[in-house]
Ligand binder design. Sequence first.
Ligand code: HEM
Length: 145
Amino acid sequence: MRTTTRLFCVTLIALSFVSTAFAQQPTLYKRLGGYDALAAVTDDFIGRLATDPQIGRFFKGSSADSLKRIRQHVVDFLCNATGGPCFYIGRDMKTVHTGLNITEDDWNASVKHLVATLDKFKVPEREKNEVLAAISGLKGDIAGR
Ligand code: HEM
C-alpha cells in the first residue's frame, strides 16, 4: 500500500473513532444524575416558584393533589426532554400555559429560580447551560400567552 493511501486509511479510522466517541456521549438526563436527581431538582425548583409571591400566585387555588400531578408532569417532561426513558403524557406547553398571562418579568424570575436550583445541586457549567438552553426554547410557548 502506498504511504498516502495508508495515511488516508489511518485518518479515516481515527475520525470514525472520534465520531463514535461523540455519538456515544451520555444523554443530558444521565449526566444530570438520572431520575432521582431530576426529581430532586424539580422539587427544589417548584418549591422556589411556589413560595415566590410573584410566581406562586399562578398556583394558588390548586389542590394538593393537583400540585402533585403538575409536579409529576414536570418531572416526566424534563426526563423526556433530556433524553431519559420517560414518556410524557401531559399537555403540550402552549396548551397548558395559554391564558395564564405569564409575563416576560415572570419568565425572567422563574429562570433565576432555576439557576439558583441548578447551583444548589452543583450542576456543572456545561450541563447547566444545556438545561437553560432547553428551557429557553420553551419561552415562546409559556410566556406572553
Ligand atoms: C413563569 C414560569 C411558569 C409558570 C408561572 C407556570 C405555571 C404553570 C401552571 C399554573 C400550571 C398548571 C396549569 C393547569 O393545570 O391548568 C403549569 C403546568 C405545567 N407546567 Fe408550567 N409554568 C412555568 C414554567 C414552566 C416550565 C419552564 C416548564 C418546563 C419545564 C413547565 C412545565 C409545566 C408542565 C409539564 C405542566 C403540567 C402539564 C399538564 O398538567 O398537562 N412550566 N405551569
